[in-house]
Design a protein around this ligand. Structure first.
Ligand code: CMC
Length: 435
C-alpha cells in the first residue's frame, strides 16, 4: 500500500483487555482509510459492511469520484475536459497507461487496437448456438467468455506482454461482438470491421451497414457514440469492476473475468438501468401520469424505483448525466428531431423529482443512465442494445483495473468473511427419525 499512515485509530473490545491500533492511510485525494487488516488477529472479530458502502477493497490510481461534489476524474483529468477535447481511444490509452499519449504514441496505439478488431472466423459459428431473440447481453457473456477458448497464446496472466495483447484484443473485438449480436437478432449478414474507420465509427458501420449497399457513417452519430463511450469508460470500484477484480484475484484469465463483469453489469441497478429507463418512460406514457408514478415510487411496498436516479457514490448531480443531457439535445437537434416526446417526458420527470421532498431528502439525482437511453434510442439503437454498448465502453476500465490488480504486490485472492446466523452444529438423523 503506497498511501502513508499519518495517524491511527485505537479500538478496544468492550469487556476484554484486547485493543487494536489501526493505521489511517491517506491517498492522494479523498477520504482517509482505516487499515483493518490486523483487527481479526488483535480482537478476533471481523468487520461487517454488506454492499461495501464503507470499504475500500483495493488501492487504485485510475479513477477518482467525489460523490458530494459531483466530480469524476480519469487519471486526474476531469471528465468534462476529456468529453470536450479527447477521443475514446485516447481515453483508453490514458486509462491503460496512466498518461495522455503523444501524437506518435496515440497513432501506434490506435493501429494496435484496430489490428485486433476481427474475430476468429470460428466464432461466427458460435453465434448460431443462440436463439434468434437472444438478448445481446446474453450473447456477449457467452462470446466474450468463449474468447479464452480461441486466444490461448495470450492467457498467461503473469506475462506483461500477454496481458497487453489480451487487453488490446478485448477492447478491439468488443464492438464486433456487440454489433454481431444485433445482426444475429435481425437476421442480417454479419459485417466485418473496416480498419480505416475510427473506433466508434467502425462500430456504427458494423451495426448499421449491409453488404448490399454502400454505407457512410453519419459523423454526428460517430462523435456522439465516441462521447458516450468516453463517459462510460471507467467508474472506479462499481459492481462490475469489483466483479472483474474478484474473478481476476483467483488467477482466472482476462476473457473469463470480463465475461463475469458483463454479467454483473447486466442488472437493472447497474448498467441495465439505461434499458430500464426507456421501459419506465414508455410505461408512464404521458406527463400527466408522472404524479401517479412518483407516488408508486415512494410507496416502499411497490418496489418501483425511479430508474436512472440515485447512485451509491454521487449525492449530487452525476457529472456524466449533465454532459449526456446536453449531448442528447445536440444530437436530437442535429438529427432534426424536434420535440422528442420521450425527452420531453424525461425532462419533466427530472424537474418534478428534483423538487420532490422524497428525492431531495435522499439526495437522489439523475445518473448517466437517465439520458443515455434517450440519446441511444434517437441514434437508432433498440433498447436491448443499450447495456451491450455500456459493456463495449466499460471494457477498457475493466481491463485496466484488472491489470492494475495483477501488478499490485499486495494482491491476494478476494475472500470476504461473514457473520454466520444459521444453525450451530447438530447431528444427522436418518429420514425416519426426523420431524
Ligand atoms: N428511486 C426511488 N428511491 C430510491 C432510488 C430510486 N432510483 N434510489 C435510491 N432510493 C432510495 C432508497 O429506497 C433508500 O430509501 P430509504 O432510505 O427510505 O430506505 C434511499 O434512497 C437510499 O438508497 P439506497 O438503496 O441505500 O442506495 P444504494 O446506494 O444502495 O443504491 C442504486 C444505489 C443506484 C442501486 C439505486 O439508487 C437505484 O436502484 N437506482 C435506480 C437504478 C439506476 O439508475 N442505476 C444506475 C446507477 S448509475 C450507472 C451504473 O452504475 O451502472
Amino acid at each position: 500500500m503506497s498511501g502513508s499512515a499519518k495517524r491511527s485509530i485505537t479500538i478496544t473490545l468492550d469487556g476484554t483487555n484486547k485493543s487494536s491500533t489501526l493505521p489511517v492511510l491517506s491517498g492522494s485525494i479523498g477520504p482517509e482509510v482505516a487499515d483493518i487488516r490486523r483487527i481479526y488477529a488483535d480482537l478476533g472479530i471481523f468487520t461487517y459492511d454488506p454492499g461495501y458502502g464503507a470499504t475500500a477493497a483495493c488501492e487504485s490510481k485510475i479513477t477518482y469520484i467525489d460523490g458530494d461534489a459531483g466530480v469524476l476524474l480519469y487519471r486526474g483529468y476531469p471528465i468534462e475536459q476529456l468529453a470536450e477535447h479527447s477521443s475514446f481511444l485516447e481515453v483508453c490509452y490514458l486509462l491503460m497507461n496512466g498518461e495522455l499519449p503523444t501524437p506518435a504514441q496515440l497513432r501506434e496505439y490506435e493501429m494496435g487496437i484496430l489490428r485486433h478488431t476481427m474475430l476468429h472466423e470460428q466464432i461466427r459459428q458460435f453465434y448460431n448456438g443462440f436463439r434468434r431473440d437472444a438478448h445481446p447481453m446474453a450473447v456477449m457473456c457467452g462470446v466474450v467468455g468463449a474468447l479464452s477458448a480461441f486466444y490461448h497464446d495470450s492467457l498467461d496472466i503473469n506475462n506483461p506482454e500477454h496481458r497487453r495483447i489480451s487487453a488490446f484484443r478485448l477492447i478491439a473485438k468488443m464492438p464486433t461482438i456487440a454489433a454481431w449480436a444485433h445482426k444475429y437478432n435481425t437476421g442480417q449478414p454479419f459485417m466485418y470491421p473496416q480498419n480505416r474507420l475510427g473506433y466508434a465509427e467502425n462500430f456504427l458501420y458494423m451495426f448499421n451497414a449491409v453488404p448490399a449497399e454502400e454505407y457512410k457513417v453519419n459523423p454526428i452519430l460517430a462523435r456522439a457514440m465516441d462521447l458516450i463511450m468516453i463517459l462510460h469508460a471507467d467508474h472506479e470500484q462499481n459492481a462490475s469492476t469489483s466483479t472483474v477484480r474478484l474473478s481476476g484475484s483467483t488467477g482466472a484469465n482476462p476473457f473469463a473475468c470480463i465475461a463475469a463483469g458483463i454479467a454483473s453489469l447486466w442488472g437493472p441497478a447497474h448498467g441495465g438501468a439505461n434499458e430500464a429507463v426507456l421501459k419506465m418512460l414508455a410505461d408512464i406514457g404521458h406527463v400527466r401520469n408522472i404524479p401517479e408514478f412518483l407516488s408508486e415510487v415512494k410507496d416502499k411496498g411497490s418496489h418501483t424505483k425511479l430508474m436512472g436516479f440515485g447512485h451509491r457514490v454521487y449525492k449530487n448531480y452525476d457529472p456524466r448525466a449533465k454532459i449526456i443531457q446536453k449531448a442528447c439535445h445536440d444530437v436530437l437537434g442535429e438529427l432534426g428531431i424536434k420535440g422528442d416526446p420521450l425527452l420531453d417526458l424525461a425532462l419533466e420527470l427530472e424537474k418534478i423529482a428534483l423538487n420532490d421532498k422524497y428525492f431531495v431528502d435522499r439526495k437522489l439525482y439523475p445518473n448517466v443512465d437517465f439520458y443515455s437511453g434517450i440519446i441511444l434510442k434517437a441514434m437508432g439503437f433498440p433498447t436491448s442494445m443499450f447495456t451491450a454498448l455500456f459493456a463495449v465502453s466499460r471494457t477498457v476500465g475493466w481491463i485496466s483495473q484488472w491489470a492494475e490488480m495483477i501488478e499490485d504486490p499486495e494482491q491476494r485472492i478476494g475472500r470476504p468473511r461473514q457473520i454466520y446466523t444459521g444453525p450451530t452444529q447438530r447431528e444427522y438423523l436418518p429420514p425416519g427419525q426426523r420431524g
